[in-house]
Design a protein around this ligand. Structure first.
Ligand code: NAD
Ligand code: DAU
Length: 349
């Protein structure tokens, strides 16, 4: 029986991945280890929390003794490592938190997996979820390929790049059965409203200003989060050991065009006058070291494993806006911090 440790399963991408694995693979045991930082939210998983093959553990990936006892108890055959500090702006104000979780936490997981698997690596997988930001910033043209040289420019992306290197070092040095994927910007339900898309949806609902860094000319390549979860499933099961796969939507938008699309769709859905939400757009001071453009070439994933994105962006954004409009309680709890109080009561920490 497969026994899989998913780290960060209460976060944005981790919760979609956990839901997919718990429902699609009832024969697997899925253990979700999450520290429930501000970004982790068990309300993201209420629909699967009672499933017999699902088990939640509140804990930190830097805690070696916890990791050792979890490996002992559950005899993991696979690890899918999503836990991270993930917000670039927070990494600018608090870089050490990113180095602790993203670098030290990844190294701790690798170390304990190695201790447990070293005598028999057969059938084991340590799958590290990474980002396209490790490749740095593109100009107006070109794409990130799997062999593009790393050039991270923020404390977040540098910490992710560092963790990728450590994962590969464990492959080359100890034959650890690793896989890595580097994905572009995700969007969809349960996205924490500190990131551009959910922040703007929330602010449009509340008639608050929409902060655009610099001139809004920076470009991101957006992928619906469920398509990312599907790609992880495919790579976990069919990807080659030791390989890296890029995941992306071939879906580039400047920030300003994207926010205008959000405004247009939300005016229609909220029954507001055409152009009403665009008036909320406010240009603010640029992000320090702001990467100009990301764009993924995901040909390897398509050709080798047959994965393609399923949703067109306008449809995905429409679905995402609808989810936020139907889940105002989730949005209010997350933004008011109520859910943190719930966790303290629930877990007494
Ligand atoms: P998120 O911030 O929404 O969730 C992170 C989760 O990790 C939270 O549940 C949090 O509680 C948990 N966590 C944080 N520190 C922890 C620790 N020390 N121990 C245990 N749990 C901890 O992040 P996300 O956007 O879902 O990103 C998930 C992964 O995917 C990250 O590794 C990120 O680098 C990567 N990624 C994200 C995107 C994106 O667009 N969001 C794109 C590509 C790659
Ligand atoms: O590319 C993958 C990465 O995408 C992931 O690794 C990160 O975890 C994820 O947070 C995301 O990083 P970005 O920095 O691209 O996402 P964010 O939503 O923070 O910003 C998207 C773009 O919008 C970026 O160019 C900065 C800009 N922005 C962001 C915010 C929060 C604004 O203009 N105003 C804002 O208020």
């Amino acid at each position: 029986m497969n026994s899989i440790l998913i780290t960060g399963g209460a976060g944005f991408i981790g919760s979609h991945l956990t839901r997919l694995f718990v429902t699609k693979y009832p024969q697997y045991k899925i253990v979700n280890l999450d520290a429930l930082t501000y970004a982790g939210n068990l309300e993201n998983l209420t629909d699967v929390e009672k499933a017999p093959n699902y088990h939640f553990v509140k804990g930190n990936i830097t805690n070696l003794s916890l990791l050792r006892s979890l490996f002992e108890e559950h005899q993991f055959t696979g690890v899918i490592h999503c836990a991270a500090e993930s917000h670039v702006d927070r990494s600018i104000t608090d870089p050490l938190a990113f180095i602790t979780t993203n670098v030290m936490g990844t190294a701790a997981l690798l170390q304990v997996a190695k201790e447990n698997w070293k005598d028999n690596m057969e059938g084991k997988v340590f799958y590290h979820i990474s980002t396209d930001e490790v490749y740095g910033s593109l100009g107006q043209t070109g794409f990130f390929y799997e062999d593009t040289a790393y050039s991270p420019r923020s404390p977040y992306s540098a910490s992710k790049a560092s963790s990728d290197h450590i994962v590969r070092a464990f492959y080359h040095t100890y034959n650890m059965p690793i896989k890595i994927s580097n994905c572009s910007n995700n969007y969809g339900p349960y996205h924490f409203p500190e990131k551009l898309i959910p922040l703007c949806i929330n602010n449009i609902i509340n008639n608050k200003s929409l902060p655009i860094y610099g001139k809004g000319e920076n470009v991101r390549d957006w992928l619906f989060v469920e398509d990312h979860a599907r790609a992880i499933d495919v790579i976990f099961h069919n990807g080659k050991i030791g390989e890296t796969y890029n995941i992306g939507g071939h879906n580039e938008w400047t920030n300003i065009a994207l926010v205008k699309e959000l405004c247009k769709q939300m005016d229609e859905k909220l029954g507001r006058e055409k152009g009403a939400s665009e008036k909320l757009i406010t240009y603010v001071t640029d992000r320090a070291g702001h990467d100009l453009r990301y764009a993924i070439d995901a040909t390897k994933l398509k050709n080798e494993l047959g994965w393609l994105p399923s949703l067109q962006f306008e449809a995905g954004i429409s679905k995402t806006i609808d989810w936020y409009l139907q889940n105002t309680k989730w949005l209010e709890d997350v933004t008011s911090g109520n859910y943190q109080n719930y966790y303290e009561a629930q877990y007494n920490s």
